[in-house]
Design a protein around this ligand. Structure first.
Ligand code: ADP
Ligand code: ASP
Ligand code: MG
Length: 404
C-alpha cells in the first residue's frame, strides 16, 4: 500500500519524539508499505516566529511572513529524515515546492492549484521514504507560500489525493476525534467514524483537531482519512463519505471557538444598501465575518452586531472607518471578545428540538446567550468567553454525548 501520513507539532515536538516518528514509519516500511510522511513544525515554533515578527512591526509584510514561517517545517523534515537514516532507512526530504505543491500567490492563505508530487513516485520506487514539509507550497512566480494555520493537515490530504495513496493518516496527540475537546470535557468519547460534513462543521467551528480547509479538500475529492494517535496503536476516527449511523444521531459533537471578537455598527441608515456597504468593505479587506445580528430599526436607524476573528479586528476597524464615512452619524465600535459554542450533527436535518434543548441547558447553568446562528446541521451560540468551557460541558451533557 502507499500510505501518506502526517505528524503534527506535538508529535515532532522534540528529538525523542522525532525518533519515535522514525520508528513508526520504519514499522510501516517493514510491513511492506511505501511511506510518504508530512510533518509540521515543532509545536510552538510557528507561534514563536509570529510573535517575533509582531515584536518588530504590527503588520508584517505577508511575503516575508511566509519566508519566516516555512522555517519551522524545514527544520523538522531534515531532522525526521536524519532520524530515519539513523535507523538505516533510506529517506529523503522535500520542501513543499519540490513536492509539487503549486498554489496561488495569496501569502499566508494560499490555495492549492495543483499537486504533481514532483519526483516522489521515483523516490518511492527506489525504496526511499519521502519526508515532505507540510503547510508550504509555491506560487506561479516561484514564491514560497503557506496555506493557513494548521495547513499541514491540508498538505497530507492533498498529497494523498495527488499521489493516489491507498491510505491517509493524520497522527496527532489525541486518539482521534472526540465528541468534544478532551482537554475541556473529561468524559468526551472518541468517535469511531464521522461524516465529512460533520467533521467540516466541527473544524470550522473551532475544533482544531483538523484544519477546516483540509476537510473541505477531503470531502471535495473524496479522500477518506484516519485521525489517530502518534503515541499508541489504538484505532482512531475514520472520516469518510458514508457512515453507519448517519441521521440517527442528533448531535455528534460540540466545538468551541475562543478566537472571535464582536464589533457593533450603530446609527446606520435603515435602508437598502447600507448593510451591503458595510459587509462589502469587510469582504474587500479580506475579513471573514461569522455571526451577524441586526436589531429592529427605530427612527430610520439600524444597529448591526457581528463577529470577526480576533486577528482581523485591526483590519476590520480600518475598513469600517472608511465605509461608514458616507453615512452621517454612523459609527463602529469593537465590543470585545466573544466565544462561540456549536453543536453539530447530521440528525438535525430531520429532527427538531435541538435548539430548545441547548438553550434550556445553558439557561439552567446561568449562561446567557448573546448571539445565535444556525446551519442545516449546526447551532452556534455566542457567549461570554469566561463561560465557554462550562458551556461546552453543559452542551455535551445535554445531548448525552459522554462515556456512559
Ligand atoms: P497537531 O499539532 O497534531 O496538528 P493540534 O493541536 O492541531 O494537533 O490538534 C489536536 C488537538 O485538538 C488536541 O490536543 C485537542 O486538544 C484538540 N481538539 C479540539 N477539539 C477536539 C475534538 N473534538 N477531538 C479531539 N481533539 C480535539
Ligand atoms: N506549523 C503550522 C502551524 O502551526 C502548520 C501546522 O502545524 O499544520 O499552523
Ligand atoms: Mg493541527
Amino acid at each position: 500500500m502507499l500510505i501518506v501520513e502526517k505528524y503534527g507539532g506535538t508529535s515532532v515536538g522534540d528529538v525523542d519524539r522525532i525518533k519515535n516518528v522514525a520508528l513508526r514509519v520504519k514499522k510501516g516500511l517493514d510491513q511492506g508499505h511505501r511511506m510518504v510522511v508530512v510533518v509540521s513544525a515543532r509545536s510552538g515554533v510557528t507561534n514563536e516566529l509570529i510573535a517575533r515578527a509582531k515584536a518588530i512591526t504590527p503588520e508584517p509584510d505577508e511575503r516575508e511572513m511566509d519566508m519566516l514561517l516555512t522555517v519551522g517545517e524545514q527544520e523538522t523534515i531534515a531532522l525526521t529524515t536524519m532520524a530515519l537514516h539513523a535507523l538505516g532507512v533510506p529517506a529523503v526530504s522535500r520542501t513543499g515546492h519540490r513536492a509539487g505543491f503549486r498554489t496561488d500567490g495569496n501569502h499566508l492563505r494560499a490555495r492549492i492549484k495543483e499537486i504533481s508530487g514532483g519526483d516522489i513516485h521515483e523516490q518511492l520506487e527506489q525504496g526511499k521514504v519521502v519526508v515532505v514539509a507540510g503547510f508550504q507550497g509555491s506560487s506561479p512566480e516561484g514564491e514560497i507560500t503557506t496555506m493557513g494555520r494548521g495547513g499541514s493537515d491540508l498538505s497530507a490530504i492533498a498529497l494523498a489525493q495527488g499521489l493516489g495513496a491507498d491510505l491517509c493518516r493524520i497522527n496527532t496527540d489525541v486518539d482521534g476525534v472526540y465528541t468534544a475537546d478532551p482537554r475541556i470535557v473529561p468524559d468526551a468519547r472518541k468517535l469511531d467514524e464521522l461524516h465529512y460534513e460533520e467533521m467540516l462543521e466541527l473544524a470550522s467551528s473551532g475544533s482544531k483537531v483538523m484544519q477546516s480547509r483540509a476537510v473541505e479538500f477531503a470531502s471535495k475529492f473524496n479522500v477518506p482519512f484516519e485521525v489517530r494517535s502518534s503515541f499508541n496503536d489504538n484505532p482512531g476516527t475514520i472520516v469518510k463519505e458514508e457512515v453507519a449511523s448517519m441521521e440517527d444521531i442528533l448531535v455528534n459533537g460540540v466545538a468551541v471557538d475562543k478566537n472571535q471578537a464582536r464589533i457593533g455598527v450603530g446609527n446606520l441608515p435603515d435602508r437598502p444598501g447600507a448593510a451591503a456597504k458595510v459587509f462589502q468593505s469587510l469582504s474587500a479587506a479580506g475579513v471573514l465575518v461569522d455571526m451577524i445580528v441586526q436589531n429592529i430599526g427605530s427612527e430610520g436607524r439600524a444597529n448591526i452586531t457581528f463577529t470577526v476573528p480576533k486577528d482581523d479586528v485591526f483590519k476590520a476597524e480600518k475598513a469600517l472607518s472608511l465605509a461608514l464615512a458616507e453615512f452621517e452619524g454612523a459609527y463602529a465600535k469593537t465590543i470585545g471578545d466573544i466565544a462561540k459554542v456549536s453543536v453539530v450533527g447530521l440528525g438535525m436535518r430531520s429532527h427538531s428540538g435541538v435548539a430548545a434543548t441547548l438553550f434550556e441547558a445553558l439557561a439552567e447553568a446561568g449562561i446567557n446567550i448573546e448571539m445565535i446562528t444556525t446551519s442545516e446541521i449546526k447551532i452556534s451560540v455566542g457567549i461570554k468567553p469566561a463561560q465557554a468551557d462550562d458551556a461546552v460541558r453543559v452542551a455535551h451533557g445535554a445531548f448525552n454525548l459522554g462515556e456512559s
